[in-house]
Design a protein around this ligand. Sequence first.
Ligand SMILES: Cc1cc2nc3c(=O)[nH]c(=O)nc-3n(C[C@H](O)[C@H](O)[C@H](O)COP(=O)(O)OP(=O)(O)OC[C@H]3O[C@@H](n4cnc5c(N)ncnc54)[C@H](O)[C@@H]3O)c2cc1C
Length: 517
Amino acid sequence: MVKDILVIGTGISGLTFAIHLAEENPEISMVLISKSDLNEGNTRYAQGGIAVVSNFKKDSFEKHIKDTIIAGDGACDPEVVKYVVEEGHYRLKELISWGTEFDTKKQKLDLAREAGHSEKRIVHYKDQTGLKIQEALIAKIKTFPNIQLLERHTLVDLITDHHSKAKANRCYGAYVISQEEEKIITITAKVTILSTGGAGSLYSHTTNPDIATGDGLGAAYRARVHMERLPYVQFHPTALKPKINDHTFLITEAVRGAGGKLLNSEGERFMLKNDPRAELAPRDIVARGIQLELEKQKEDFVWLDGSEIELKQWKSHFPTILETCKSIGINLPEDPIPVVPAAHYFCGGIKVNSSSESSLKGLYAIGECSATGLHGANRLASNSLLESLVFSFRAAQDVKIALKQKLPDTDFYASIPEWNGDSYSNSKEIDSIQLLRGELQQLMTQYVGIFKTNEGLQIAENKIDTIYRKVNEIYNSHKLTYGLCELRNMVSIAYLITKQSQEISENKGVFYNNDYA
Ligand SMILES: Cc1cc2nc3c(=O)[nH]c(=O)nc-3n(C[C@H](O)[C@H](O)[C@H](O)COP(=O)(O)OP(=O)(O)OC[C@H]3O[C@@H](n4cnc5c(N)ncnc54)[C@H](O)[C@@H]3O)c2cc1C
């Protein structure tokens, strides 16, 4: 398949990028692929909302900039923070014009406040903001005749100079599993966009869906693309302990914002000992506070008591949480909710410039798989959807110009070799894949999680190396399967996180090594 643009990922980043480009350029051919359904990805699970300065009477860009830099523990790029905060307002307007609905009060956006924000500035739709955004963007994307949408198509590897005779340090598209055709197809493109989201599935508990296995990061790593800040993994303090349909369900911090209190098994409000802001301290502090308490009490969850929140407010603001808890016998507001910290957001990723272009020409990374400089050592709540909106627009502007420059010709793309067509299988997964995946998740949680130590990192490195060798052996001796493709990426990223963690000797933001405390 030959296209002008290949977009890998159909969350907020990939979809808004494609819409921006398609709106003014119906002649550009694009294909968007997603490894599962079009709407599956982190975006649809976002509950809280988007942080945007909208009430200029009370709020200001300066305040949002300051909050972001404080949350990032001084490691944010101030220039990036400034333009993201200032441009958010325009990007939000576009999102609304494309059909996304947000809660309003007296005909104005109803703004919520979340931890780390000095003002109310979170634009939301009940506790289903991401779902509303995802649905509106999918409806919009389907109106463009120049955009082809391919579900259940999974990135295997990026096509680079290595696959051609060129020496241009460029990306020329990707090799992709087509589950329907049961083979690996070649999609060449003048510009490739990675908008593949995060990698929460590297850990035993994650708020991310199963498919968040860091595939874009893995492929970029094999293509020698520059990555940074991978060890800065944000753990959400409050995920529901019992899994729902095998998925760890998030209890948004807006519940704590509305008065929810964290209690240990003895009913004590333990966060007061950790920080004067207690439950409303930044996420990393609350996650560490809970983890310490779990270790001290030898428990595997703490309680989130929402009895101060009236049923009326649960119904209007948190209907999904209310229903989900009810489905497992937790009756809100009277019953406390059992919660644990869970891997939530990757602050680092593929290093990009102000137009979201990576170190490999023709390859852009947008959204959670990228490292723009916005989050520094810790992401401020609700700044990630904002980042996706701002950088997808910037990338689209840059790509318009890039397409007008001299690029390889049609003959060159035709000369790119196919992947060995017979080397993929949809059939039953190799038994050891699931076991190795579980082993990897467990060791990442134990040694490369909320608390790290130098000794633990060394143990993790050795064990990951063993898993890596086993995965390589399977890769070299079997047909590629979907599970093997994911595990190959997971083990590479686990290795990178561990190695980069060993190089950090200062605790900042979400990174915490007991040996440097
Ligand atoms: C439970 C939860 C709540 C959150 N709440 C908020 C919030 O309130 N506010 C906020 O700002 N942020 C929030 N976040 C973070 C935010 O939702 C994500 O950072 C953001 O949605 C990421 O968007 P994205 O487009 O980069 O990736 P995603 O939305 O994750 O999309 C990734 C896409 O890549 C595709 N993909 C992945 N691998 C492959 C592959 N190998 N081949 C083909 N396609 C592939 C997937 O199919 C999917 O289409 C939350 C996250 C979670 C999990």
